[in-house]
Design a protein around this ligand. Structure first.
Ligand SMILES: *Cc1c(COP(=O)(O)O)cnc(C)c1O
Length: 360
C-alpha cells in the first residue's frame, strides 16, 4: 500500500542488501573502513569537493557543518522554513551556540539576495558575528535554479562568509535541472555545488539507503568536521555495511529519481482533474504545483475530516498539518513520491479518491 509520508520510508532493495552483505569492513573511527573510505572518495569526486564524511543522519551532517564553520557566538543566515532552523530541534543554538538569523522565503523557495545582504551584521560588539549562509535545495520540493545558487555563492564570497547547502534532496534538484542545461544529473550536481564551502546530502531519502548522510567540503573543513562528528557521538565503527548501500545508491539510484518526479506530476494532474470534475471535491481540494517529488494539496477542514480517514482505511499513508491560508484554516496534505511508489500506486490512489467522491 502506498506510503506517501516521506521518501525516508524507502527500504533497501535486494541488490542494495547484497552490496551491504558483501562489504569489506574495518573500524571507521580508526579511519580504516575501506567501504566508507570508498564512499567518501566517490561522493567527493562526484560532487567536486576535496573530501567527504559519512554520518548517521542529515540533521547531524548539517549540525556538523554549522559547528565546523561557526564558533560560539557566530551567526548563520537561514530561511524561516529551512530544516536547519525549524526541524532540527534548535540544534545549532543548543549544541553549537550559533545564533540563527532567519529570513522569510519568497514563493519560489529562495531567500532574496537583498534580504541576505541586509541581514549581514557589521563588525560591532552589539552584534553576533555573521559567519555563514545556509541554503536548502530542494526546499519543500521546490528546485532552486543554478543561476540562483551561483548568485548566493558569489554573494557569500563577496562578503567573506562561508556558505553551506542543506542538500538533503540536492540530487532531486540535479535531476530536474539537468535536462534544462543539457547535461547529466551528475554534472549538474557539481555545478550546483560550485562556490559553496560545504554540502550535506541524504542517502536515506529518495536515494533509498536505510541510513546515512554525507558532508562534503575541503580537506581542511572535513578534518574539523570529523572532530565535531566525534563530539556529537556520530563516530561509528563498521560503517562499511551502511556505506555499501550509499555506493550502490550513488551508482544506481540517481537517474531514476526522474520516475518519482513523473509519478508526482501524474498524481498532481490526476487530483486536479478529480477536483474539477467531482462535485464532492469541487472547491474543497486544491493542488499546488509540483517541481520534484513532493506535492502539497490544500483540503478544506470539512473534506479532510472525511477524506483522510477514508484514505487511511484504504492503507494510503500521508502526513498533513493545519495551515492558515489566505482563505482561512485548511489542511495541507503532503504527498512524497519515492522508489517504493509505483505508477500503479498512483492510479490506485486516484481510484480510491474517485470512489470516495462518488460515495460522498
Ligand atoms: C530530511 C532532511 C534533513 C535531515 O534529515 P535526517 O532525518 O536527520 O536524515 C535535512 N534537511 C532537509 C531539507 C531534509 O529534508
Amino acid at each position: 500500500m502506498p506510503d506517501f509520508r516521506s521518501d525516508t520510508v524507502t527500504q533497501p532493495s535486494v541488490a542494495m542488501k547484497e552490496r551491504m552483505f558483501n562489504a569489506a569492513l574495518g573500524d571507521d573511527v580508526f579511519n580504516d573502513d575501506p567501504t566508507t573510505l570508498e564512499l567518501q572518495r566517490y561522493a567527493a569526486d562526484m560532487l567536486g569537493f576535496e573530501a567527504a564524511l559519512f554520518a548517521p543522519s542529515g540533521t547531524q551532517t548539517n549540525l556538523i557543518a554549522m559547528m565546523s564553520h561557526c564558533q560560539r557566538g557566530d551567526e548563520a543566515i537561514v530561511g524561516q522554513q529551512w530544516h536547519t532552523y525549524k526541524w532540527e530541534g534548535g540544534g545549532m543554538a543548543v549544541l553549537g551556540s550559533i545564533q540563527p538569523q532567519p529570513l522569510e522565503l519568497q514563493s519560489d523557495g529562495t531567500l532574496l539576495l537583498s534580504d541576505i545582504a541586509a541581514a549581514i551584521k557589521p563588525d560591532d560588539p552589539h552584534f553576533a558575528r555573521t559567519r555563514l549562509i545556509v541554503i536548502e535545495n530542494t526546499i519543500g520540493g521546490k528546485v532552486l535554479p543554478l543561476s540562483y545558487m551561483r548568485d548566493v555563492a558569489a554573494l557569500a564570497k563577496d562578503k567573506g562568509l562561508a556558505c553551506h547547502i542543506d542538500g538533503a534532496r540536492l540530487m532531486n534538484a540535479a535531476v530536474v535541472l539537468a535536462p534544462q542545461h543539457n547535461t547529466t544529473p551528475q554534472q549538474m550536481v557539481r555545478w550546483l555545488c560550485t562556490g559553496f564551502d560545504s554540502v550535506s546530502l541524504c542517502l536515506s531519502k529518495g536515494l533509498g539507503c536505510p541510513v546515512g548522510s554525507l558532508l562534503l567540503g575541503s580537506a581542511n573543513f572535513i578534518a574539523r568536521a570529523k572532530r565535531v562528528r566525534k563530539m556529537l557521538g556520530g563516530g561509528m565503527r563498521q560503517t562499511g555495511i551502511l556505506a555499501a548501500a550509499g555506493l550502490y545508491a550513488l551508482e544506481n539510484n540517481i537517474n531514476r529519481l526522474a520516475d518519482d518526479h513523473a509519478n508526482c506530476q501524474r498524481l498532481a494532474d490526476g487530483l486536479a482533474v478529480l477536483a474539477a470534475q467531482l462535485p464532492a471535491l469541487q472547491g474543497q481540494l486544491s493542488v499546488l504545483p509540483v517541481q520534484s517529488n513532493i506535492l502539497f494539496t490544500d483540503i478544506s477542514l470539512e473534506l479532510a475530516e472525511r477524506l483522510l480517514p477514508y484514505l487511511a482505511e484504504c492503507g494510503i499513508r500521508l502526513t498533513s498539518s493545519n495551515y492558515q491560508s489566505t482563505n482561512g484554516a485548511i489542511k495541507r496534505v503532503r504527498w512524497v513520491c519515492h522508489l517504493q511508489i509505483s505508477s500503479a500506486d498512483i492510479e490506485q490512489t486516484l481510484q480510491h479518491i474517485t470512489d470516495f467522491a462518488k460515495l460522498n
